[in-house]
Design a protein around this ligand. Sequence first.
Ligand SMILES: [Zn+2]
Length: 442
Amino acid sequence: MLLVGNGRLITRDEEKPFMEDGCVCIEGQRIAGIGGTSAMRQKYPQAEFVDAKGGIIMPGLINAHNHIYSAFARGLSIKGNNPTNFLEILDGTWWHIDRTLNLADTYHSAMVTYLDCIRNGVTTVFDHHASYGGIEGSLFRIADAARELGVRTCLCYEVSDRDGEAKMQAAVKENADFIQAAMKDDSDMQKAMMGMHASFTLSDASLELCRKNTPEGIGCHIHVAEGMDDVYITLKKYNKRIINRLFDMDLLGPHSIMGHCIHINPAEMDILKETDTMVVHNPESNMGNAVGCPPVLRLMEKGILTGLGTDGYTNDMIESYKVGNILHKHSNCDPTVAWGEIPQMLFGNNAKIGGRYFKTPLGILKAGAAADVIVMEYNPFTPLDGSNCNSHILFGMNGRNVVTTIINGKVLMKDRVMTADEERITVQAREQAADMWRRINA
Ligand SMILES: [Zn+2]
């Protein structure tokens, strides 16, 4: 039994959204209940007590779209690579990196990424992986890292024709193998999807192969209309809009995630709604690649389940939350928009997306939900309660405010001290990254 108390509780449970001096009681891997700190301590005098010291206690954050394979790009410069548009960024940077990645690179990228997630209070990660330099076993190496560190995760490999038929087939097989393994795993800590790069790098035969290898109840995770090239090439080669093409290939549905959806039209939005397909918004990435502002406010207005991710830009979901808030105001020249939608994406919809894969309820502090709980150091100089906590998070906090991270009932970081050997993991990753950098510029 574990109590996390003496803090302001933000539960994300409509029945009791906020408690001024709250406490979460954890039993095993689940939350047993919430209550006042002194009452809970009296009720469970033997329980271990994690003191939030007046900070914020809230559910662990969920990242609905990340790229572990991008971890070693930090600070990297690739000889001769000076991309001037999105396609050149993909080809010269990301595809070049993923072609270089071997299984050791993938494993150490995963270790430092998950470590950074724990540091930033991210307790569940949906990842989209590519390592065409070492395909077979790559998802299993990422899964090893997630298991070692105790992070909840949903993995997939991004199938693409860009490196030829044999590698495309190996990528489908990696997804299929990992899906089978994840379906047998009853820990509710590891799930799988069928990953695909994007419509413009996948032939009809490749999409068909993906579909055939996707069991019932599993969806695909794919980038959609991130750049106009995806739209143009799909129209030119297949005479269809991207969402129409994926619909015709039977790849949409309540378990599928479409990343970005920047250049989709209203008819495609209606197909997403009709098929109950999920969308994930990655504001920083879209701005960084200069690909445009996605119509996610409209998607939400239509009732399409839209979550928030980082696309490998950061592991700090609060950073993504801040940028999402200003991107839409800036793009619409309207300071009144996105106040409600971005919090809904991060705190409401990401939990719903998690709920379509994980059995235990995520993103909420209530009895029966997953014991994924974080403590943020925060002493507000203005009044804080359940009605304005999202604004306090927006303007007063970032991922570095997280001091304690608990996942699946295990304390993985307490008062900024990790249970994992942070120093060893970082040193090993740095050596591996230096080796990868030598290979990429050889
Ligand atoms: Zn992505």
